[in-house]
Design a protein. Structure first.
Length: 489
């Protein structure tokens, strides 16, 4: 009896350590995701202090996105080969040091360079987190709950970034949106050293595909650069955009040929044989591309049309964050376990699509409670149910040795979807607004018309994601449900 009590106590302590370790990983993830959007509400202050032109100001965001999106797959695979814990800690160190450099930056060049390094550290940190989580929580129910917590942090981080950016910029200064990462990063690293178990990868000799790494990293970086620079500035049909886009596509094709022929590929193509893995990553890219309109263009609508300041704009997104948190942490695990990830995903996508569609009708003299809040709640509800299910589906076909790769792939589709969505929606919105101004519309009416078009495109992208979910994802096996019902009876 005493031995059983001791064993139970030890098991309980080990279980508690796992959940604390999860929270440490999620703090690291929140710091990374938050930094992708925290800068946006501070851009006017950064422009005034450092003398950025309107066109060069975009590089404060783009430098981070290019490094982050380009290095995720490589970082995830290196975590599998060397050590996921080691990659997480190294990424934290790079990200924290780069955050300090961003905060003390006194020139445009220094800030942009530090943002690039910060993006590299963010890729190293976040690429391996989901792989570590599914390894720490192998049981279906606890894994679903852990993924729900992770998904809340990953999806709500964007809106939290808008809130934090508004508060810090308005109350202190824009420098503190970067300085705040330093103590958080140091504490997270110390806790990670204490709590995360040491692990050893399968070894560089089992998959050190250097040519593949160069090709895929070059393709992703060049692709993201093409989207955020010449496509957004010169247009999608410009010669420079087409040339760079073709080069990025050529590198991607060369990478796929290399992976099909390599003995130890960087990315084993077998991972894409799973319909759930391939489909869920495509759905995630489409959905993130569509809903980025809410976080970025929605913030612009609040500031440039309704006249909100940075703090008020950030607080306007608080309901979205609260709804995401309640559903992701409290209910997503129950929904996934009861109905299965595919069945849980579909209504979540519908909520997101309807929320974006409602934003198409926001007027120039809009009222937050009537015209904005319903969309915020619907999108928060959709993300809180859909993204945990997507994460579960995306990791469902990964073997233990490929968990870091699958984790990096999930994050890559999010970042590429975000970059594509931001470039497409912002470009189309700006073109539409310029046309309306040329037709004699007021600035506020023209801006609102441009935002309407962007939200329409976002809703269409989510509708395509729903179609992919219905046609590509494998339905939950009926036999499992029947068996569970019989056992319950």
């Amino acid at each position: 009896m005493l031995a059983r009590k001791v064993e139970t106590g030890v098991s309980s302590m080990a279980d508690g350590k796992r959940w604390i370790s999860l929270y440490v990983l999620c703090v690291g993830m929140l710091m990374i995701v938050l930094d992708a959007t925290v800068v946006n509400v501070a851009l006017p202050a950064i422009q005034r202090d450092l003398g950025f032109s309107q066109s060069s100001l975009a590089w404060v965001v783009n430098a981070y996105l290019i490094a982050f999106g380009g290095l995720l797959l490589l970082a995830g695979r290196l975590g599998d080969l060397i050590s996921r814990r080691g990659m997480f800690l190294a990424g934290l160190g790079v990200f924290t040091a780069a955050s300090l450099l961003c905060g003390v930056a006194q020139s445009r060049e220094m800030l942009v360079a530090a943002r690039f390094v910060q993006g590299a550290g963010g890729a190293m940190t976040s690429a391996v987190i989901l792989g570590m989580i599914v390894t720490m929580f192998p049981g279906p129910r606890e894994q679903a709950k852990a993924i729900g917590v992770f998904s809340f942090v990953a999806s709500a981080g964007g809106s939290v970034g808008l809130i934090a950016g508004g508060v810090l910029t308005q109350i202190i200064s824009w420098h503190w949106i970067f300085f705040i990462n330093v103590p958080i990063g140091l504490v997270t690293a110390l806790l990670a050293l204490r709590l995360l178990e040491k692990d050893r990868g399968i070894g560089l000799g089992r998959g050190a595909d250097v040519p593949g790494a160069v090709l895929v990293t070059g393709s992703l970086m060049l692709g993201v650069y093409t989207i955020v620079e010449p496509a957004a500035r010169l247009g999608w049909g410009a010669g420079r955009t087409l040339e760079l886009g073709a080069a990025a596509f050529g590198l991607l094709v060369a990478f796929l040929v290399r992976e099909a022929m390599a003995k130890n590929p960087l990315i084993p193509l077998r991972i894409f044989r799973s319909r759930n893995v391939s489909g869920s990553n495509l759905i995630q890219a489409l959905t993130v591309a569509g809903m980025f309109g809410l976080f970025f263009l929605g913030a612009l609508y609040l500031q440039r049309v309704l006249g909100y300041d940075a703090l008020k704009t950030g607080l306007a997104f608080l309901p979205t964050t609260i709804v995401m948190g309640i559903l992701s942490v409290r209910y997503s695990e129950r929904l996934v376990m009861r109905f299965g990830p595919r069945t849980t995903l579909l209504p979540g996508l519908v909520f997101i699509g309807v929320g974006l569609a409602l934003f198409i009708r926001v007027p120039v003299e809009g009222n937050y409670w009537i015209d904005v809040l319903p969309s915020m709640i619907l999108v928060g509800t959709g993300v809180g149910t859909a993204f945990p299910a997507l994460a579960a589906l995306a990791m469902s076909g990964a073997t233990p040795s490929d968990a870091g790769l699958a984790s990096g792939l999930v994050n890559t589709t999010v970042q590429v979807g975000a970059a594509v969505g931001l470039a497409v929606l912002a470009t189309m919105s700006a073109t539409r607004s310029e046309g309306l101004i040329g037709n004699g519309e007021s600035t506020a009416a023209a801006l609102t018309g441009g935002y309407h078009l962007a939200f329409l495109i976002g809703a269409v992208l989510v509708a395509v994601a729903i179609a992919v979910a219905v046609t590509v994802l494998e339905p939950e096996p009926r036999a499992d449900v029947d068996t569970a019902d019989c056992e319950a009876a």
